[in-house]
Design a protein around this ligand. Structure first.
Ligand code: NAD
Length: 265
């Protein structure tokens, strides 16, 4: 039987693609498409909004009981409500919203003792392989390589730097013994902005409709190695989220990652 799915943030850029691909794949029973109460499209058919044709399910603001799994790509303030629902209904959660504060991360951690949960700042396969590689590369190249991360996103993105840039930095730090986030330098300006040895520079570009580009630059005197990931469209994240939701449904309570879903660890 298909897992019962609720999509939260359903009329957003990601929510619409998740709904559309879920409808197309036919592997879930979509029981709700949840949006904020005052969203102008509340009451409209969720399938029509997602561009697939009517599915006889209206965009609403309530979470109906009985879901097996939720996919939430909305806003940090919504995560609490989604998490409470999952705890009450013993539902699995794929949380893709970025920019969560430390308090919310703690709540996620506590909840994962009771429900299966994946929190992923980037659900694409390629980026998760990059997450797994980046620390190994830093270690192999050694201390003399300066590391800078440049991320580029569309003008509508609220948080900066991107969650993925932070995950890349965190993975480099844990592989090389740097202290995260103390070793990060966010942008650089002024007369006394000389690069400090051992730091990781992070730079956030916001322009136009760029879906997402991450570059990790390792440079020393004489050569540069760059790892680069480009997302061509949001579908790569939506497909990853649906793959994660399918994998996670019915798993025992724990905090999992896309690396688990993809068999990378
Ligand atoms: P968006 O602004 O287009 O969509 C967010 C949606 O959430 C909006 O439609 C908004 O109305 C809705 N929302 C607000 N309050 C709500 C509430 N109380 N209940 C339900 N819905 C509510 O943004 P987006 O580009 O779709 O991105 C959403 C989030 O996903 C962001 O945090 C973004 O950074 C993140 N994201 C993550 C990944 C990943 O792979 N993890 C990829 C892309 C985007």
């Amino acid at each position: 039987m298909n897992a019962k799915l609720i999509v939260v943030g359903a009329a957003g850029r990601m929510g619409k693609r998740i709904l559309s691909l879920a409808i197309e794949a036919g592997q879930f029973g979509i029981i709700a498409a949840v949006e904020r109460k005052d969203h102008p499209d509340i009451g409209k058919d969720a399938g029509l909004l997602a561009g697939t044709g009517p599915i006889d399910l209206k965009l609403g603001s309530a979470y109906p009981s009985g879901a097996d799994v939720l996919i939430d790509f909305s806003q940090p303030a919504v995560a609490d409500c989604t998490l409470d629902y999952c705890l009450e209904n013993a539902a699995a959660l794929v949380l893709g919203t970025t920019g969560l504060g430390d308090k919310q991360q703690e709540k996620n951690k506590a909840a994962s003792a009771k429900i299966p949960l994946i929190y992923g700042t980037n659900m694409s396969v390629g980026m998760n392989v990059l997450f797994a590689l980046v620390g190994k590369l830093a270690l192999m190249l050694g201390e003399d390589y300066d590391i800078e991360i440049v991320e580029q996103h569309h003008r509508f993105k609220k948080d900066a730097p991107s969650g993925s840039a932070l995950t890349l930095a965190k993975n480099i730090c844990s592989a090389t013994g740097r202290s995260f986030p103390d070793c990060l330098t966010h942008g650089r300006s002024g007369k006394d902005a000389l690069r400090q040895k051992g730091t990781i520079g992070i730079h956030a570009v916001r322009a136009g409709d760029i879906t997402g580009i991450h570059s990790v630059i390792f440079s020393t005197l004489g050569e540069t190695v760059t790892l680069n990931h480009t997302a061509h469209s949001r579908d790569t994240f939506a497909r990853g989220a649906l793959r994660a939701a399918k994998w996670l449904t019915g798993k025992k309570p724990a905090s999992y990652s896309m690396a688990n879903v993809l068999g990378l660890k």
